[in-house]
Design a protein. Structure first.
Length: 113
């Protein structure tokens, strides 16, 4: 359970960081380049920024209690803060082992319909 919690919590923190960076409206500072660790900096990608919009990509597992908590407590705060400016895209990201991916398939089919 601890691995599941830390993985899900890490996902939520990554989302929060993405929102924070996305709302800054400028390129990362030189300080960001000083982060230690192994990573790939993505350069020269086309921007998906839309003026006046706050885009949030939520990676969530339908079976994860932390993801559910994010939906119930954090997302309403963001919706209240940004209103119609907030554009949320949910991506199925299974982190709870042993669960069938059926919920994600049904969610994607519902979006298409």
């Amino acid at each position: 359970m601890k691995v599941e919690q830390s993985t899900c919590l890490g996902t939520i923190l990554m989302i929060a960081l993405a929102v924070a960076i996305g709302t800054m409206g400028s390129a990362p500072s030189a300080e960001a380049a000083a982060f230690k660790g192994k990573y790939t900096e993505l350069k020269n990608l086309p921007s998906t920024h839309e003026r006046g919009k706050v885009k949030l990509t939520e990676f969530a597992d339908f079976y994860c209690p932390h993801c559910h908590l994010f939906e119930q407590s954090v997302l309403p705060v963001l919706e209240k803060e940004f209103g119609d400016k907030l554009d949320v895209t949910m991506v199925g990201f299974p982190v709870i082992p042993g669960k069938l991916p059926m919920a994600f398939e049904m969610y994607e089919q519902a979006k298409i319909m």
